[in-house]
Design a protein around this ligand. Structure first.
Ligand code: NAP
Length: 248
């Protein structure tokens, strides 16, 4: 039987690249999306076209009831997950802290932090040997913003990713002897649609000169590291936060 991975926010960008790579690596893939069912269906179609197993699963990770329903649906249709990639994440338009509304802050933290923590909670309940599970691996998507702070752009986003780094270390140590490894990937500037969603569609190319490698990374390059951290090739690695930032 194939190992089963749930990837949140897998309808495009880094999540979609990770879903396609995971399928090629032999995982059955639950392709989570929030709103864009057509895009998620296209990822599933591509996986099936290459001989893989995949299913699209809708859930807004900020809504606990939707997350619980998603996990129950996966349990029933695909079986017990052995891997989770907490990839769903949002930025907002660039602004200074004194202009940030509570609604904006709540959306950032509800998606990037609480959404990841609730999905991790449900994954631990299924994977931990403490709960009768067979172990597994969790990879959280952080950002180099967690170390840089993103002044004048989105300090809220950077702070939410700082929380992900701390959560990764804490959860990793909490479940280390229960068969679960927990790691994070910190992408730098990656060429995806997230920049357009923050009102800066050209951001990845514009920042190229400020990146030591002088280019943005690709979703595929991040997916490669996520797959390494999911795989047995990283069997003694937990609580690690791996930068994929071209030196940034
Ligand atoms: P993206 O292209 O904007 O894609 C984001 C994905 O997350 C979409 O599939 C979106 O689905 C989904 N999503 C958003 N809110 C959601 C929610 N509440 N519930 C479920 N799914 C939700 O982003 P990306 O660039 O691939 O980034 C992926 C991850 O890497 C994020 O955590 C991001 O913070 C992190 N990261 C990205 C970069 C970068 O430069 N791109 C750098 C550092 C870190 P819908 O379209 O249906 O909303």
């Amino acid at each position: 039987m194939k190992p089963l991975v749930l990837i949140t926010g897998a309808s495009r960008g880094i999540g979609a690249a990770t879903a396609l790579l995971a399928a090629r690596a032999g995982y059955a893939v639950a392709v989570n999306y929030r709103a864009n069912s057509l895009a998620a269906d296209e990822v599933v179609r591509q996986i099936r076209a290459q001989g893989g197993t995949a299913m699209a699963v809708q859930a807004d990770v900020t809504d606990e009831a939707q997350v619980l329903a998603m996990f129950a649906h996966i349990d029933a249709k695909l079986g017990r997950i052995s891997a989770l990639v907490n990839n769903a994440g949002v930025v907002d338009v660039a602004c200074r802290v004194e202009a940030m509304s509570v609604a904006r802050l709540q959306r950032q933290f509800a998606t990037n932090v609480i959404g990841s923590m609730v999905c991790a909670r449900e994954a631990v309940l299924r994977m931990s040997t403490r709960h009768g599970g067979a172990g597994g691996a969790i990879v959280n998507l952080s950002s180099v913003a967690a170390t840089l702070g993103s002044a004048g752009q989105y300090v809220d986003y950077a702070a939410s990713k700082g929380a992900i780094d701390t959560f990764t270390v804490g959860l990793a140590r909490e479940v280390a002897d229960e068969g679960i490894r927990v790691n994070a990937v910190r992408p730098g500037v990656i060429d995806t649609e997230i920049h357009a969603s923050g009102g800066q569609p050209e951001r990845a190319q514009q920042l190229a000169a400020h990146i030591p490698m002088r280019r943005p990374g690709s979703a595929q390059e991040v997916a490669n590291t996520v797959l390494f951290l999911l795989s047995g090739a990283s069997s003694y690695t937990t609580g690690a936060i791996v930068d994929v930032g071209g030196g940034r």
